[in-house]
Design a protein around this ligand. Sequence first.
Ligand code: TXA
Ligand code: MG
Length: 321
Amino acid sequence: MIPTKRIQLNSAAAEEEVASRLARGELVAVPTETVYGLAADAANGAAVARIFEAKGRPRFNPLILHVVGCAMAERYARIDDVAARLMERFWPGPLTLVLPVVEGSNIHPLALAGLDTVALRAPRGALQHILALLDRPVAAPSANASGRVSPTTADHVLRTLNGRIDAVADGGPAVFGLESTIVRPLADRIVLLRPGSVTPAELEEAADLPVVRNTDAAITAPGQLASHYAPHGRVRLNAEEPKDGEHFIAFGPLAQPASSRAAAIFQLSETGDLREAAARLFTALSSFDAPEIERIAVAPIPSEGLGEAINDRLARAAAER
Ligand code: TXA
Ligand code: MG
C-alpha cells in the first residue's frame, strides 16, 4: 500500500499543489465548510471512476460538482432567476442546487450518473481558491468509505481511505460538520431534496417562494430507482456472446464470429479493466438508447470492486418496466 500523502493547506503553494494534482487526474480529499470531500476532475472519467472505487460504493450515485461561483456554474447548468437569487444569497456556502445541465458540457456522464441535471455547489475557503486555479469543477462526495460517517478532519478521512487515495489536504476541522442542503429550484417552488444547515425558512425568504418536501422518488435518489436509465430496447445480461442482430456491450476481447453476429459493438474495456468500463458505461447505454434498437446484450462483468456498481446499474437498465 502507498500511504496517502498529507498536504498542510496553509499556503498558496499548497493550494497550487492540490490544483495540479487534481488536474493530473489524482484523487485528493479536500476540506469544505460542511465535511471533507473526495475530489476528482469532473471531466475525467477514469478519475471519477476512482472515486467510486475508493469509497467502495456499490452503486453510481450522481455526485455534487464544486464550482468557484455563479460564473463557473453558468458553463455547466441553466440558471434561471430563482437559481440566480439563491446563488447570490448563499454562495459560497452550504447550499447545493440541482439544475438542468447545459448541452455539450464536458462533465463526464459517470459524475452525473447519466442524468440530465447537475448538482452544483460553491464551497467556502481553500477549495474555492483551488477551483479558481483549476478553472473547472471537481466532483466530490463525502471523503469516507461507503456506509461510514462523513469526515470532518483529515485524520478522520485517513481512518477509512488511507492508501486508497493519492492525497489529503488538511485544512483543519470542518465548520458545519453536516452535508450541504440540496434543493431543486422550480419556477413556482423550491423542492428540498436534502435538509442541511441552510434552512427552509432562509430559502423561502431569499427566493420569495414556498419550500416543499420532495415527494418524487426519482429526484431524491436517482441512483436507486429500479429502472433508472433504462434504454428503449430490452437488455439481456451476462451474455457470453451476442445473438444475431443484437447490439452488444462487450467487456474484454471478443471472438471474431461473435462480433460479426452483432448489429453493433460497444467495447467497455478491451483489456477487462473495471475502472475503464465504469467510465464508459453511461456512454455505452446512451449510445444504444434509440427507438429502433430493440435488443441489447451485455457481456458478463465480474462483481469484484467497481464491478459491483457496474452490475447494479446494469441490473436497473435491464429491469422490467
Ligand atoms: O456538503 C456536501 O454536500 C458534501 C461536500 C463534500 O461538498 N458532499 C456530499 O456529496 O454530501 P454526496 O455525494 O455524499 O451527496 C450527493 C447527494 C446524493 O444524495 C445525490 O443523490 C444527490 O446529491 N445528487 C447529486 N446529483 C443529483 C441530481 N442531479 N439530482 C438529484 N440529486 C442529486
Ligand atoms: Mg456521503
